[in-house]
Design a protein around this ligand. Structure first.
Ligand SMILES: [Zn+2]
Length: 299
């Protein structure tokens, strides 16, 4: 059915030329007047874009949780940089070797700078970032030994299942004006971040009211980059990543996208499990969901 629709639209475009875009209603009307649509080859006339199996496991929207492990092989070329080498704003980073995906560094810099400027003398720091599988194994072993496995599972992800493997997540800390370190979750910075991180493409990933879904306890310090317009939509509708991806899968398709307006731009977001779809006409990005599908963001 979908192929026929694509063919019909291609036929309409062929007959009317490729000038100004026409509305769906006009296209439908014109395609209805095509007398011999069978002569138009769907594949030949419509420019298609294909996705690889690996792409399912890559991108800003991949879900990594207790059920879905991070795919280290697919992400072998993840573009990690040391935060201290890339940061444009001098917030404290607990360890020099901490790394994140280079793509998210400008957003992190701006978010921390704006928060600190709003707070005055309470400075945000980065207390954890990308973690290798080996690092997570050490964290896990330490916690499990100290607190037992069942308690640890609430706070520490099993190796392979930590969002920190993605390089898209950072834990934040707090340093007060006198140089003393505090508990981030009790700081004003935490409130500011919870309310404003979406403006920078980050979401507060593990909230109290989503514990049943995420399986992780309330973590005021853990922020995950998902980019726009996803962060804005998730914030406005109070959706955690699991819920957002489930909604996209259930309710959207290339012909029925989610329309999101943010920052004066209009986006179309949709899910597909197809490895080949008609190429979007404008700018677009593709992210896997790490579960079996792709999220396409046009705009
Ligand atoms: Zn974390």
């Amino acid at each position: 059915m979908r192929r026929w629709i694509v063919g019909a639209v291609a036929a309409a475009l062929l007959l009317t030329g490729c000038g100004a875009p026409k509305s769906a209603a006009v296209l439908a009307e014109e395609s209805a007047s095509v007398s011999e649509p069978a002569e138009v080859s769907t594949v030949e006339e419509t420019s298609m874009v294909t996705f690889s199996d690996e792409q399912i496991h890559k991108g800003n929207l991949i879900l990594v949780n207790s059920e879905y492990a991070y795919d280290f092989d697919a992400n072998g070329d993840a573009d990690l940089v040391r935060i201290v080498d890339a940061q444009k704003y001098p917030y404290k980073v607990s360890k020099e070797e901490f790394r994140l995906c280079s793509e998210i560094m400008p957003a992190l810099d701006n978010m921390i700078r704006d928060c600190d400027e709003a707070m005055g003398t309470q400075y945000t720091s980065v207390s954890s970032a990308w973690r290798s599988k080996e690092y997570q194994e050490n964290v896990w072993d330490e916690y499990a030994e100290l607190y037992g496995e069942s308690y640890s599972q609430k706070y520490v992800a099993v190796p392979g299942h930590s969002e920190h493997h993605t390089g898209l997540a950072a834990d934040l800390g707090i340093i007060y004006g006198d140089g003393s370190e505090g508990t981030f979750s009790e700081s004003e910075n935490a409130k500011w971040m919870a309310a404003n991180s979406y403006r920078y493409g980050f979401v507060r990933r593990y909230a109290e009211d989503k514990i049943d879904i995420t399986g992780i306890s309330n973590e005021a310090w853990h922020f995950r980059y998902v980019g726009q317009p996803h962060a804005a939509y998730m914030h406005e509708h109070n959706l955690c990543l699991e819920e957002y991806l489930e909604m996209l899968k259930a309710d959207t398709s290339p012909s029925n996208p989610l329309r999101v307006e943010y920052g004066g731009k209009e986006y179309s977001v949709y899910y597909t499990a197809d490895k080949e779809i008609p190429e979007p006409s404008g700018d677009y990005t593709v992210s896997g969901d790490n579960m079996g599908g792709y999220i396409i963001t046009e705009g």
